[in-house]
Design a protein around this ligand. Sequence first.
Ligand SMILES: [Zn+2]
Length: 339
Amino acid sequence: MWQVRGHDPLLRQLDKSIKEGRYAHSYLLVGPPQVGKGTLAINMAQAVNCLSPEQAPCGQCSQCRRIASTQHADVLVIGVGRGEDDGPSRKEIGIGDVREIERQASLNPYEGSHRVFIFDGAERMSEEAANALLKTLEEPPPQVMIILLTSQEGALLPTILSRCRRLELKPLPFSEIAKELVETHSMDREDAEMLARLSLGCPGWAISAAGDPSIMEKRKEELERISELSVSGLEERFSYASDLGSLFYKDRDGARDILRLWLRWWRDLLLIKEGAEEYIHNVDWSDVLRLRAAELSTAQVVAFIKVILTTLEALDHNANARLALEVMALSLPGERTGG
Ligand SMILES: [Zn+2]
């Protein structure tokens, strides 16, 4: 059974091509973070290895279960992940990773019928690594499937894109995510709707937040800081930029997530300024947002949204993170005489 929620037409098409043996050997799964790309890729690895082809991916056979528990020797996920023991996070998927995949791809599957290589965050592949991977994408061995996952399709080489079958996972309607949370995670409706709205249509985030209260707790702390910095002096702003820069060094995705919270906060401010409060994301913060919006002009809000976007882009391109974040801190409108 496919575990990915929503995306029904895409799943029907994929299911059919796998059952008929007409699937591609290289796929590109495109969609925002936590929309379900990773779950789908694991499901695809199960589907081609499943011992019950009629029900593939059955989720019950030894192949499906070992793949789900990441113990299967033929299914490998390659990504940058987080740094170990406070060390720096890996910046990219490098040539060494691709060479190792090439080596493994040339061997027969060890315990299943297909070797599946999943590149999580394929946009982080170095150019050298991407060029090396092209060869395998052009002539994949018959029992190999390569799945690239990305939320930034534009950052991939066109030559890579042209060799993959593209599947796009769009954000799901909030109502669908809320329903799922009520039915399978026994949440009450009000909380479920709140999480669904905050998830921006990405069920992975909503389900994690439903099962782990620390996610909402952390969000609350981050939003408190974002809100306070709007009325703080320069010193606090620089100290914040410095903390975020250190986080970026250890955990790039974590730091990016915080910047996305900034973006959402400022987007909400803009919606309030423009009289469209019903569309804000941080509904539980609407009182504070209204107060902050009253202190700013629309032009200031728009200008700062552009600064956040530029900062995110700089971080994506491996620019000097601390400098980019300091520029952002300096550009924050509002009170700053205290610093
Ligand atoms: Zn199975």
